[in-house]
Design a binder for this molecule. Sequence first.
Ligand code: RTP
Ligand code: MG
Length: 143
Amino acid sequence: MAIERTFSIIKPDAVAKNHIGAIYNRFESAGLKIIASKMVHLTKEQAEGFYAEHSERPFFGALVSFMTSGPIMVQVLEGENAVLANREIMGATNPAQAARGTLRADYADSIDENAVHGSDALASAEREIAYFFAAGEICPRTR
Ligand code: RTP
Ligand code: MG
């Protein structure tokens, strides 16, 4: 099993509903370690840059508008197969299709406001971590 890092966002809907602690508990209970964390309120430019791969999709404007609607928590998670492990904890993009016990089943209201983001591959994890965190803001565990 490979120790990986992945990038995670608690989106504005879940922050507004006071679910930060509950979501962090899910990560830690699953054995993922939070090795960097901060709250930010994205500008339109930051949100457009982060989701650039979706810029031609019909939902892009709504996505950027939602992601700038309030503060978010951004974090780096480390652990065995962290990229896939986090995607499993999150559940399907559309909460109506998310498996029971996943974050999106429990905390998301719709496909547009779906509580969390998680990197979909190791390469995107690396890019997304670097988009939000300087090397000195990441604190690997020594114990
Ligand atoms: P995320 O990037 O936020 O972790 O979500 P994801 O990988 O599960 O989904 P992705 O395809 O990357 O889409 C990014 C976000 O765009 C919104 N979306 N809306 N209306 C739609 O058909 C639609 N499809 C995607 C979602 O909020 C999704 O999280
Ligand atoms: Mg995605």
